[in-house]
Design a protein around this ligand. Structure first.
Ligand code: ATP
Ligand code: MG
Length: 395
């Protein structure tokens, strides 16, 4: 067993000693079998939340109504979730009712895909009730049970299918794929935030072009936020160089660029997807920078104003869109910029007022901007005396 599981073994033992069952479940089991690095170790148990809280000293009620208690143990925290079944799903997204059960198999049955429905006991033995191991071997994403029903219960699972396809470079099994095609419209019922999370995980996956092309082929794009009118042009992304995205921001910039959106329309799309303000701002700035580069404009002052922190992202996107640029040369010039922002200038507005003996007003700001530009373009050094001379001779 990998170290992350080993460290968690005492947690399983404690639960078993109290007379219950406990297993590792979910993504960590899947990734472990695939030989991939594992993230969070999730534990499923026959013990009810109250029973878990009796076993462990330090617990947090993170999602107790769904049966999840976080246990702090040996310096790590573990999500321990009671075996449960779900029923209802009146609104295609959330179960009306969660019922705690004592059987592992019932718990595994409610999980989305066979590769996610594996459990691992504390001896390293895999419990495989739905042929998940076979599907892992064959690189297949297959719904547990009847795909049609499973997507009707929770339409987000369709996005999860293309997400895992992209992350793992797996194929979606035929019946599962058919069911996505005929139920894509249900995606409209899903909260934007949940769809976005899976969409971004898909785009950041190694085989994003495969996941994304099925996102289009299954017509999920028609029912994803603000994408219906763009579904034809979105195909352009599939034909681009296979370059991985650095981050969420890059994904939005690439979409904007492929669709040739105006800044205004990209902003609108980002708002529809309820992207965070920070991501929206960096995406819009990076988008402008990419537009500069695509016009073969590498003006250092413009790059500086759009944010030198966005340069790496814009440069990577140039690869994707086969935009020629002299990366080494530009990044060297960027490294040489002596200041990060106007705050780093060795002269202030108050200094200007004194030196030039003028009254405060908007022209101070303009002068400071000129000084900043001169420093960025290395026409003058960023030290007080030189800046003073510069200001006096350029008044
Ligand atoms: P990751 O490595 O990205 O965390 P994961 O498989 O662990 O992937 P999670 O979203 O963390 O994905 O969910 C943990 C497990 O819970 C899944 O492996 C799956 O068994 C189950 N699960 C999660 N979301 C759903 C869903 N919408 N429907 C059914 N089962 C789900
Ligand atoms: Mg997980």
């Amino acid at each position: 067993l990998p170290a992350d599981f080993k460290r968690a073994l005492p947690v399983l033992k404690e639960i078993e000693q109290a007379g219950y069952e406990a297993y590792f479940v979910g993504g960590s089991v899947r990734d472990h079998i695939l030989g991939l690095p594992i993230h969070d170790v999730d534990i499923a148990t026959s013990a009810y939340p109250e029973e878990i809280k009796e076993i462990f000293k330090h617990t947090v009620d993170t999602g107790i109504q769904h049966g999840t208690v976080t246990v702090l143990f040996g310096g790590s925290s573990y999500e321990i979730t009671t075996f449960r079944t779900e029923s209802g799903y009146q609104d295609y997204r959330r179960p009306d009712e969660v019922t705690f059960v004592r059987s592992l198999e019932d718990d595994l049955k409610r999980r989305d895909f066979t590769i996610n429905a594996l459990a691992l006991d504390r001896n390293g033995e895999v419990i495989d009730k739905f042929d998940g191991l076979k599907d892992l071997n064959n690189h297949l994403i297959r719904a547990v049970g009847k795909a049609e029903e499973r997507f009707n219960e929770d339409a987000l699972r369709m996005m999860r299918a293309v997400r895992f396809q992209s992350q793992l470079n797996f194929r979606i099994e035929d019946k599962t794929a058919e069911a996505i095609k005929s139920n894509a419209h249900l995606l409209e019922k899903i909260a934007v935030e949940r769809t976005r999370e899976e969409f971004i995980k898909m785009m950041l996956g190694q085989a994003w072009q495969i996941g994304f092309s099925d996102f289009l082929r299954f017509k999920l794009c028609e029912f994803a936020p603000g994408m219906r009118e763009h579904s034809t042009l979105l195909h352009k992304l599939i034909e681009l160089k296979p370059v991985e995205f650095l981050d969420e921001d890059s994904v939005w910039v690439a979409i904007g660029f492929a669709l040739k959106l105006s800044d205004h329309d990209l902003n609108k799309l980002l708002r529809v997807w309820k992207v965070s303000n920070k991501t929206r701002e960096t995406s819009l700035a990076t988008y402008e920078m990419l537009e500069l580069f695509s016009n073969q404009n590498f003006d250092i002052w413009e790059i500086y104003n759009l944010g030198i922190d966005n340069f790496e992202r814009a440069a990577k996107l140039c690869q994707l869109f086969s935009i020629k640029m002299e990366y080494d040369k530009i990044s060297k010039s960027i490294e040489q910029i002596p200041i990060k922002s106007s705050h780093d200038l060795a002269i202030t507005g108050n200094d200007l007022i004194k030196i030039l003996n003028i009254t405060p007003g908007p022209e101070i700001g303009k002068m400071l901007k000129n000084v900043e530009k001169a420093v960025v373009e290395e026409n003058v050094c960023n030290n007080f005396d030189e800046l003073k001379v510069y200001v006096l001779s350029n008044r």
